[in-house]
Design a protein around this ligand. Structure first.
Ligand SMILES: NC(=O)c1ccc[n+]([C@@H]2O[C@H](COP(=O)([O-])OP(=O)(O)OC[C@H]3O[C@@H](n4cnc5c(N)ncnc54)[C@H](O)[C@@H]3O)[C@@H](O)[C@H]2O)c1
Ligand SMILES: O=C(O)C(=O)C[C@]1(C(=O)O)C=C[C@@H](O)C=C1
Length: 289
């Protein structure tokens, strides 16, 4: 499919894209570029990439696909570095967890969204970061969302879709705004809650004592609080308005639950918990498909 793939940010997602593309013979060569030479060397040692450069213009030279896989807060500066050598012959895409912010960054650098940039977001990952955690099967059976705009080249969108499908993903297409609304609720809010819960308990009493008694429920709920703080601070700021909307809804529900507990209103609590339990059953039924 591609001759030279350039991955900007060879971590969990960039490394998994490189591995999955190589495993499925989707490109002849993968070159990485990023902030840390030590991490890029590790990626070469692991066979994830074939080589690396420390400068974006060098790494991207003659590439026919360039995939940005850094934290979303770095995208605007990466676009600035890509601008001087931007090639019409190349498919540019990304894996960022927010989408409107990526388009805003493109507009601020290029004055418009270039037609050969196809915004993408794989809905697969983990709380572990770095190339060591990458896998050639990460995207198998998972979704990948593309959020092309009116100006996005249709052929390149199709090419990007085929590439994700060949890596094992099921592709959905939606608007960037709808994407950000959905993932504020299903991904960004849960991460904020997990970080908040651990933080509130940590500040409550002697840290070691309280965590010694915490068991399965706490562990399940807080797995994602092991995620990379920089990546999540970037996501929260990049999707601020949508995230704040859903945080307000949650605050209102929490207020209601507090009042029900205060009033010893078991019926009121049951209504909310039963409704949530049945919604989770429905969610699990979708996962098994
Ligand atoms: N972790 C997940 O579950 C997940 C899932 C889907 C999408 N994403 C998105 O994918 C992207 C990468 O996430 P990840 O989990 O692979 O993180 P990661 O920390 O494993 O990898 C990020 C890589 O980007 C590099 N980097 C950081 N700043 C850079 C810069 N200014 N220029 C070039 N490289 C830079 C880092 O050195 C690192 O190698 C993020 O935008 C994230 O929102 C993450
Ligand atoms: O499974 C996890 O640990 C994840 O955090 C993956 C997860 C998610 O919230 O589901 C995280 C961020 C992404 O943008 C997409 C997927």
């Amino acid at each position: 499919m591609f001759k030279k793939m350039c991955i900007i940010g060879v971590g969990l997602i960039g490394g998994s894209i490189a591995r999955a593309s190589k495993k499925n013979n989707l490109c002849e060569e993968v070159i990485g570029v990023g902030r840390s030479e030590k991490h890029l060397q590790k990626a070469v040692e692991l066979g994830v990439i074939d080589g690396y450069e420390l400068s974006i213009p060098l790494a991207t030279k003659n590439a026919d696909i360039i995939v940005i896989c850094s934290p979303v807060g770095a995208f605007e500066s990466i676009f600035q570095q890509l601008k001087t050598t931007w090639s019409k012959e190349c498919l540019y895409t990304d894996a960022g967890s927010t989408k409107a912010s990526v388009l805003d960054a493109l507009e601020s650098v290029f004055a418009e969204v270039p037609s050969n940039f196809v915004p993408a977001h794989p809905i697969a990952g983990s709380e572990n970061n770095g190339v060591e955690a990458s896998s050639d099967r990460l995207f198998e059976g998972k979704r990948s969302i593309l959020t092309p705009t009116e100006s996005t080249d249709q052929q390149l969108t199709d090419l990007c879709q085929t590439w994700w499908e060949k890596m094992g993903a099921e592709v959905s297409i939606m608007s960037p705004q709808h994407h950000d609304e959905v993932f504020a609720a299903t991904s960004h809010l849960p991460h904020v809650l997990a970080f908040s819960l651990v933080e509130v308990l940590k500040n409550k009493q002697d840290e070691r004592e309280i965590f010694e008694y915490a068991a399965g429920g706490f562990k399940d709920f807080t797995r994602i609080a092991s995620s990379d703080p920089e990546m999540w601070a970037d996501i929260c700021l990049a999707n601020g308005p949508e995230l704040l909307n859903v945080m307000k809804e949650l605050e209102q529900l929490n207020q209601k639950i507090s009042s029900l507990i205060d009033a010893k209103d078991k019926q009121g609590l049951l209504e909310i918990f039963k409704s949530a339990q049945s919604a989770r059953k429905y969610f699990l039924s979708l996962q098994k498909k």
